[in-house]
Design a protein around this ligand. Structure first.
Ligand code: DMJ
Length: 569
């Protein structure tokens, strides 16, 4: 009985998370004591006509990248958008981990883009792409890749495409090739079995960062992994386990999370950013919400949303509280009071002391996590800072020094994090401010990064020189989130309570089956009774009409931050 009650509680909790979000936003937007000023007016309404045009322009952006990839690069992993060619692993230089961690000679961009095709409603191209993947891709390769990257970009994509195909209600059209017999799931399973040796011979239970897809962990390979690398497996591994009924994947990922959890600092409760998988010793003691840690926090929350296990939620909540306690600087409330604009800084895990004066572009995703956690006020604040930085350069520098107000690391590889949180904030608030932000993003990408045959990495935000690389997440995430921002009637938006995005932007349909562990008989029986998916919970459309004419962050605060950064909004 107790198990049943716990299970029921866990089942409704994701919807409570969403409810909590809309409650928080009600309080956060009490802005009408202030008369609207120019900024309020500027970021007011976006017409239906313009919104549709923006959606179409985003589609065009995706297809320009995708079609050029298919023409010039496929079956290679990535497109070189300037020289119109393909790119695979750097076989000559195995130590080139910038490339080899990600590219494994498995048509990465095509696989990563599968569910974006579905979301665009392009069932014909989706089926064609699925066929190409099934007929031509094998993971039986002598490639040494990063487990984290293969997990989020490939495994997540294959599981997502498989689940979308199985959806009998066909919200994205007829995605199922008539001959389909679960081949994508088989591929996912095969890939995961090649990643699993990362856990072999691990003295701590943490996964080795890299495996050779044929031979497992290469002898003498590096044992230092970032925390996110070791702790961002649970969503994909858990879904796979529950689909095929083999607990080994989920258990390995869960154990890794537990090991990380036990390694947190005894005094502060914070995590470092790099750990040695053999010794469990922290090699990097920087604690923050960006590179090295970001998706670890994200997956604690997302694992709970998917699987409903209370442990994941408590770990997330405890961590989130500590993040705010130790890393947050600036005025106590985002939308009231005095002081500097709130900022999450990188700290020393041992004492919470500020360690760097830069923030990185990956941290822009944290606002999205805050939306999911229902902390709307903070999400609005976090996002507003990145918007101002985006406005200053037209894109986000990889690292921005908040003390010198200048970039520390200049490149921008078409990352999605800022677009992602813009989209999630729009979903949660319906405030047209975020459509304006989306328009700015789209304009910049087209003006600054469009190359001969695709979209290119910005080499330096100072002179806007480009590099010949289009990472696969541009199609799988950046274009997807931007399109979903504008395409308000997309099935993903109409039924947003039924989908969750992985950290690579792959959509996973939520459902009772995810609460079933087929290897656990008791839970399997109880699970039959759970989850009433209730559409009314996710409706953010109910926000007062009036309220949408005000800025989410009050205009004087937005002016404050744009003034500090020297940006004209
Ligand atoms: C993507 O692969 C994922 O979004 C990941 O979580 C972080 N890095 C890239 C995009 O920047």
């Amino acid at each position: 009985m107790l198990a049943k009650i716990l299970f029921l509680l866990a089942s409704v909790a994701p919807f409570l998370v969403l409810l909590q979000g809309s409650w928080a936003s009600e309080k956060a937007f009490n802005i009408f004591r202030y008369p609207p000023n120019n900024l309020d007016r500027k970021y007011g309404r976006v017409s239906e006509h313009e919104r549709r045009e923006l959606a179409n322009a985003t589609r065009a952006m995706f297809y320009f990248g995708y079609e050029n990839y298919m023409k010039h690069a496929y079956p290679k992993d990535e497109l070189n958008p300037i020289y119109c060619s393909g790119r695979g692993p750097d076989w000559e230089n195995p130590s080139n981990i910038n490339i080899n961690d990600i590219l494994g000679d498995y048509s990465l961009t095509l696989i990563d883009a599968l569910d974006t095709l579905a979301i665009l409603g392009d069932a014909v191209e989706f089926r064609k792409a699925v066929q190409l993947v099934i007929e031509n891709v094998t993971f039986d390769k002598n490639s040494t890749v990063q487990v984290f990257e293969a997990n989020i970009r490939l495994l997540g994509a294959l599981l997502s495409a498989h689940l979308l195909i199985l959806d009998k209600s066909k919200p994205f059209g007829d995605l199922e090739p008539e001959w389909y017999d679960g081949e994508l799931l088989e591929m996912a399973s095969d890939l995961a079995s090649r990643l699993l040796p990362a856990f072999d011979n691990s003295k701590t239970g943490l996964p080795h960062p890299r495996v050779n897809l044929r031979d497992g962990v290469p002898k003498g390979s590096r044992t230092d992994t970032c925390t996110a690398g070791a702790g961002t497996l649970l969503v994909e591994f858990g879904v796979l386990s529950r689909l095929i009924g083999d607990p080994v994947y989920e258990m390995s990922a869960r154990r890794a999370n537990k090991v990380l959890w036990n390694l947190r600092n005894a005094k502060t409760g914070l995590f470092g950013n790099v750990v040695d998988v053999d010794t469990g010793k922290w090699m990097g003691e920087l604690s923050g919400v960006g590179a090295g840690l970001d998706s670890f926090y994200e997956y604690l929350l997302k694992a709970f949303i998917l699987f409903g296990e209370e442990d994941d939620y408590s770990m997330f909540n405890e961590t989130y509280t500590l993040v705010k306690q130790y890393m947050r600087r600036g005025r106590p409330h985002c939308n009231s009071g005095f002081g500097e604009h709130p900022l999450y800084v990188n700290v020393d895990m041992k004492n919470g002391g500020t360690q760097t004066t830069w923030i990185d572009s990956l941290q822009a995703a944290f606002a999205g996590v805050q939306v999911l956690a229902g902390d709307m006020e903070e999400a609005i604040c976090t996002h507003a800072l990145y918007y101002t930085i985006w406005k200053k350069y037209g894109v986000l520098p990889e690292r921005f020094n908040w003390q010198r107000i200048s970039p520390d690391v200049m490149f921008y590889p078409l990352r999605p994090e800022f677009v992602e949180s813009t989209y999630l904030l729009y979903q949660a608030t319906r405030n047209p401010f975020y459509l304006h932000v989306g328009r700015d993003i789209l304009t910049s990408l087209n003006n600054l990064t469009r190359a001969e045959c695709g979209y290119a990495t910005v080499h330096s935000v100072l002179d806007m020189t480009l590099e010949d690389r289009m990472e696969s997440f541009f199609l799988s995430e950046t274009c997807k989130y931007l399109y979903l921002l504008f395409d308000i009637d997309n099935p993903v938006n109409l039924k947003s309570h039924q989908y969750m995005f992985t950290t690579e932007g792959h959509i996973l349909p939520l459902g009772p089956w995810l609460r079933k562990k087929r290897w656990d008989v008791d839970l399997f029986q109880n699970a039959e009774t759970v989850i009433q998916v209730n559409a009314s919970h996710a409706s953010c459309a109910a926000i007062d009409k009036e309220r949408i004419y005000g800025l989410p962050l009050r205009s004087h605060y937005l002016e404050q931050i744009s003034g500090t950064l020297g940006v004209e909004l």
